[in-house]
Design a protein around this ligand. Structure first.
Ligand code: ADP
Ligand code: ZN
Length: 210
């Protein structure tokens, strides 16, 4: 199964992608994670990507498309993959279609009025877990692994606003693009908990094409 996961920033793509990859046994590839690892490692790609990420803009296609193409040539994606954060524009979708055919585009629909609070209150752990300040009760460490939690550099109001604009202009047109190919599956997140969203996602994926 080759899946793309689409959604505005803060829709919970990363959380759902992790759960999907565990349940269905497919590799989770997140372009955001790849860029953040490069920034942490101080690579040339990381240095270039950082200015765009901090501004809430898309990292140039010349860099992003090559990273994804290269990743999709590895052995572990032969039986399927879950792309999280790519494609993020019609151009990227066309590029992807030149070297692979995806089966499903899973669209997580989230109420935009919730996004600012969700993202700005988000606390991350290096283990991949994430929390919201409102449920931490003042704790600053991860309940799973004990590591100190941190705030992503791009999770501040100015950058979130720009990420949302970028999403609306560049990424949202992909919804119609994949709908026209009969590949779109939309799950409305509303006020559901991550587990409730995941149950709806599994239902949608399992019944797709049946
Ligand atoms: P979110 O969806 O919550 O905004 P991501 O971790 O997916 O977070 O992406 C963080 C940032 O990384 C984006 O705002 C963008 O700058 C960059 N990025 C990720 N994927 C892509 C992509 N496919 N093309 C261009 N830039 C990307
Ligand atoms: Zn942790």
């Amino acid at each position: 199964m080759k899946i793309i996961i689409l959604g505005a920033p803060g829709a919970g793509k990363g959380t759902q992608a992790t759960k999907i990859s565990e349940k269905y046994g497919i590799v989770h590839i997140s372009t955001g994670d790849i860029f953040r690892a490069n920034i942490k490692g101080g690579t040339e790609i990381g240095k270039l990507a950082k200015s765009y990420i901090d501004a809430g803009k898309l990292v140039p296609d010349s860099v992003t498309c090559d990273i994804v193409k290269d990743r999709l040539t590895k052995d572990d994606v032969k039986d399927g993959y879950l792309l999280d954060g790519f494609p993020r524009s019609l151009f990227q979708a066309e590029e992807l279609s030149k070297f692979d055919d995806i089966d499903i585009c899973l669209n997580l629909e989230v109420d935009t009025s919730l996004i600012m609070d969700r993202i700005c209150g988000r606390r991350m752990c290096a283990c991949g877990e994430s929390y919201h300040v409102s449920t931490l009760g003042g704790k600053t460490t991860c309940a799973k692994c004990g590591n100190e939690l941190y705030v992503r550099d791009d999770d501040n109001p100015a950058t979130v606003k720009s990420r949302l604009d970028t999403y609306n202009v560049m990424t949202a047109p992909l919804i119609a693009y994949y709908a026209a190919q009969n590949k779109l599956v939309t799950v409305v997140c509303g006020t559901k908990t991550p587990d409730e969203v995941f149950a709806a996602v599994c239902d949608a994926l399992d019944s797709f094409g049946k």
